[in-house]
Design a protein around this ligand. Structure first.
Ligand code: TRP
Length: 333
């Protein structure tokens, strides 16, 4: 008998354009797993509504994100790629899970506290119950692993707690998933402030996958390097966060080790490093950007991908949802 593949699932909110951190820290690693795992990757469009969105922009970013997933190497045959709002089971299971998640638990989520502070005029119910929708996203597919950034670890832990609570009452309904956090080296920091994660909210320090090579070179030229006097290319994340971040990026794009990179720039200053990293990134992203542009011209193809993806996802998700509905006592339709 063929051994069942382990299942992996993750999503990214189309609340901003995808950037180098998403690619090197997440999507590139996902693409490498398609052989070994059964993989589900989605655009978490429902999650984005927890903060105000411009409808046309959300639509554009959702479709662009799908084209970028494919261009970054996620083969739509081997991976199930879908849009969250196309699979109604997410919203349905989220309701049930809301009833098994405590007010106190949701109040303790650090992301909720941060976002509530940033959006004081819009602390809506969705922002508060965001983690139960995320738990539904995950538990519907019975995954073994959920690759997420360290900022999402708390949500995956809550998902495990809620799943265990549910299983305890109703028997084994949900598989208990493991968070899968990439190593520190895969964490790409902002070019303008290397002590914070690269993020769309500070665009100067953020290289977007759709940026032109000129734009990329310019952003690297302005990258903040460290104000030490040695002007020597050396990997030391605590002491030299800016230079170390550039080394991490250069290493991710060229496959060279930190030692090889230090050797390569021996006797040269930060300027030479910035120039080389900018060029390496521009070359790495060029084929991705070009393929994304090509795919975006073929709306029919993208439609076919997301429709098939939603159908496939829905088949799996519905099995779990039916089980849940039966367990809690809903009359079957
Ligand atoms: N909350 C995640 C983030 O902002 C996105 C997300 C939504 C997700 N649902 C998920 C990630 C399910 C993994 C699994 O990064």
């Amino acid at each position: 008998m063929e051994k069942e593949k382990k299942v992996m699932l993750s999503g990214i909110q189309p609340s901003g354009d995808l950037h180098l951190g998403n690619y090197l820290g997440a999507i590139r690693n996902w693409a490498a797993r398609a052989e070994e795992f059964e993989c589900y990757y989605f655009m978490a469009d429902m999650h984005t509504l927890t903060v105000h969105q411009v409808p046309a922009e959300l639509r554009r970013r959702t479709i662009t994100q799908l084209a970028q997933y494919i261009s970054c190497g996620l083969d739509p045959e081997q991976n199930t790629l879908f849009i969250q709002s196309h699979v109604p089971q997410h919203a349905e299971l989220a309701w049930v899970l809301n009833c098994f998640t405590m007010f106190g638990e949701l109040s303790r989520m650090t992301q909720f506290k941060d976002k509530a502070a940033q959006n004081a005029d819009n602390i809506n119910g969705g922002l508060f119950t965001y983690p139960t929708l995320m738990a539904a996203d995950i538990l519907l597919y019975q995954p073994d692993f959920v690759p997420v950034g360290s900022d999402q670890k708390q949500h995956v832990e809550l998902t495990r707690d809620v799943a265990q609570r549910f299983n305890h009452i109703y028997g084994d309904v949900f598989k208990i998933p493991e968070p899968y956090i990439p190593k520190e080296g895969a964490r790409i920091m902002s070019l303008s402030d290397p002590t914070v994660k690269m993020s769309k909210s500070s665009p100067e320090g953020c290289v977007f996958l759709q940026d032109s090579p000129e734009e990329i070179t310019r952003k690297f030229k302005r990258a903040v390097t460290d104000s030490d006097t040695e002007n020597c290319v050396r990997y030391a994340p605590e002491e030299k966060p800016g230079v170390s971040n550039l080394i991490v990026i250069y290493s991710a794009c060229t496959g060279r080790t930190h030692e090889q990179i230090e050797e390569e720039f021996k006797g040269q200053g930060y300027g030479a490093l910035k120039k080389a990293v900018g060029e390496a990134v521009a070359e790495t992203l060029r084929p991705i950007r070009e393929q994304t542009d090509r795919l975006l011209k073929d709306k029919g193809y993208l439609e076919e991908i997301y429709r098939n993806g939603a159908q496939r996802a829905s088949r799996t998700a519905d099995k779990t949802l039916r089980k849940v509905y039966k367990k809690v006592g809903f009359v079957p339709r």
